[in-house]
Design a binder for this molecule. Structure first.
Ligand code: AGP
Length: 609
């Protein structure tokens, strides 16, 4: 995720901002920059790559001025480059902006501004804001920003300065975090707490829709209606390490709890339930490909492979397209039958996994169009694929993938629903109903996250066990596989995911009273079948922990423990059902004292064969 830092006060701003950006490095970035006001002029320094390059640049070309804003960029629109690095300026160079978020309607705004004579220098959505404010500026920066943001759709945390108002920062937040640091004769803005801890522990967490007008001696907050509101500063007691994790004990737990937001971020600009529309930026399938598509190959590794397995159900059941899913390291050596009528989808959080890249290149050699589903903008997969569908999860620090997985599922659902609609496989009213149900999935996840204490208690009851079985059927079979992978990779406990109907063909021999069995038994067309499988396992002494649908009381007689999830259209159940499994794995690993964020033997991105 991008990082923002701003300073207005008595001291030179550049070093304070640079130091603050360094404290936000954990958020991940690919470029950085700082702007400062001095003598009625704003000067900007930007660099691609790590912050030490910006530090070197500032040594050779210092920035003067006691008011400034800075940014570390996690690219969403436009490749990592100096031109695309923030801060961005308007035509005059007098108005400068840093931004975290996504402006959904930036193309239409950019066109109308260009038509009006504005000259753009970058590929970013952010630059549009600088020119909008320029258009609306008539001597009052706050009024100009308010007018400009009325024209903007999307998510933003913004810091804006103006050469003609050298002791002022205007900031605003909508669906992206932003805080105000309150100092003595100086004030700050930042994306997150760690940036400001050395300077102040008195911080205001801005609310959705807030604007803030900062001078060295005053902080004035306005709500979305424009009324002045009182936002009481909180005193932060965290140390720097705790602050990087947002107060969570591990990045993995923070990322599990970020999922309602990261799914909404992946919806943003793409899912319009009220209009019954899906708009997939970066996926330019022409009508000929859509109609002539004979097969889809999905290729990935690990957790991304499990997302692909869910995709198989969706592409076949919704879009009616035969689909095969391959582990990348197998795909590349099995000489698959591929041609221009096959779509190859590679799924990779990092976009750098060696086996997945090799599979992408094999598909391209055989003329199969390739779509990459990626979280890292500018990664090798995103550059070499013919089409890219980005998940907007921000950097995933924990080695065990959680928010990236549900982000991948979200992207796959969007693609499958879009293909089904464009191939006229589902009625418009059904399509609109599905989009409406999909839109509510983050709310369901929030309900599950509220039960984390119960799941922690369950984990404490079973963390000594040496073997676990995870069972699921149909759409939730891949979720059983994912639950097993989560547990084994961070707690080092042996765990197997299995198709529940397959248990009788071998694994049932493993079952005894020492084998906890996690069964995904939410309501759906195979519910009765899964209950039969539960009976079979119980009869062998297995201890059943059921993931069940709220209101299902019958399951209590079949299982020793239940983790309830909100009712949802079975089609979307995988996204909800994985959440308790992520939490269970996390709390078991914590109970065992494992290094949850950096498990032994594992790397976040496997860039070698
Ligand atoms: C997930 O928890 C694992 N860390 C691992 O299986 C990962 O999903 C796999 O290495 C693929 O990584 P990628 O998505 O970056 O290609």
């Amino acid at each position: 995720m991008c990082g923002i830092v701003g300073y207005v006060g008595k001291k030179q701003s550049a070093e304070i901002i640079r130091d603050g950006l360094c404290r936000l490095e954990y958020r991940g970035y690919d470029s950085a920059g700082i702007a400062a006001v001095s003598g009625g002029v704003i000067d900007v320094r930007r660099s691609v790559g790590k912050l030490h390059l910006l530090t070197e640049l500032l040594k050779t070309k210092p920035l003067a001025g006691t008011t400034g804003i800075g940014h570390t960029r996690w690219a969403t629109h436009g490749k990592p480059s100096e031109e695309n690095a923030h801060p961005h300026t308007d035509c005059s160079g007098k108005i400068v902006v840093v931004h975290n978020g996504i402006i959904e309607n930036y193309q239409e705004l950019k066109k109308s501004l260009s038509d009006a004579g504005h000259r753009f220098k970058s590929e970013t959505d952010t630059e549009v804001i600088a020119h909008l404010v320029e258009k609306e500026y008539h001597g009052d920066l706050l009024a100009a920003v308010k007018s400009a943001l009325k024209q903007v759709r999307g998510a933003y945390a913004l810091g804006i300065i103006c050469a003609d108002e050298p002791f002022r920062i205007i900031a605003a937040r909508q669906d992206a975090p932003l805080i105000v640091g309150v100092g003595d004769g100086e004030n700050f803005i930042a994306s997150d707490v760690p940036a400001l801890l050395p300077y102040t522990r008195s911080m205001i967490f801005l609310m959705e829709g807030d604007f803030v007008d900062l001078t060295p001696t005053a902080v004035t907050v306005y709500d979305r209606s424009g009324a002045v509101v009182k936002r009481v500063p909180e005193t932060i007691t965290w140390n720097a390490v705790q602050a990087e994790k947002g107060g969570y004990k591990h990045f993995m737990l923070k990322e599990i709890f970020e999922q309602p937001q990261t799914i909404q971020d992946t919806f943003r600009g793409r899912l319009y339930p009220d209009d019954g529309e899906i708009c997939l930026d970066g996926v330019q399938f022409n009508a000929q490909l859509i109609s002539s598509l004979s097969k889809i190959y999905i290729v990935a590794c690990g957790t991304s492979y499990h997302a692909g397995l869910v995709g198989k159900f969706l592409f076949e059941n919704l879009a009616g397209i035969p689909t095969e899913v391959d582990i990348a390291s197998e795909f590349r050596y099995r000489d698959p039958v591929l041609d221009e009528t096959c779509l190859t989808i590679v799924i990779s959080q990092s976009g750098e996994t060696a086996d997945t890249l090799a599979a992408l290149r094999l598909a391209k050699q055989r003329k199969s169009p390739v779509l990459g589903i990626c979280n890292a903008v500018g990664s090798t997969v995103s550059r070499e694929a013919d089409h890219v569908l980005y998940t907007h999860c921000g950097p995933e620090i924990g080695v065990a993938s959680t928010k990236a997985f549900t982000g991948q599922l979200t992207a796959i659902y969007l693609l499958a629903l879009d293909l089904a609609n464009r191939r006229k496989r589902i009625d418009k009213s059904v399509f609109k109903q599905l989009l409406t149900e999909f839109w509510k999935v983050p709310l369901g996840i929030q309900e599950i996250l509220k039960k984390s204490d119960d799941i922690e208690a369950l984990a404490k009851e079973y963390f000594h066990n040496k073997d676990f079985l995870f069972l699921g059927r149909n759409l939730n079979y891949p979720i059983a596989l994912e639950g097993a992978l989560k547990l084994k990779e961070i707690s080092y406990i042996h765990a197997e995911g299995y198709a529940a109907g397959e248990m009788k063909h071998g694994p049932i021999a493993l079952i005894d009273e020492n084998m906890p069995i996690m069964v995904i038994a939410t309501q759906g067309k195979v519910y009765d079948k899964i209950v039969s499988n539960i009976e079979e396992a119980k009869a062998r002494g297995g201890t059943i922990i059921a993931i069940a649908t709220e209101g299902d009381t019958a399951i209590k007689t079949k299982s020793r423990h239940q983790i309830y999830v909100p009712p949802v259209n079975e089609l979307f159940s995988p996204i909800l059902n994985v959440i308790p499994l992520q939490l269970f794995a996390y709390y078991v690993a914590v109970s065992l004292g494992c290094d949850v964020d950096q498990p032994r033997n594992l790397a976040k991105s496997v860039t070698v064969e």
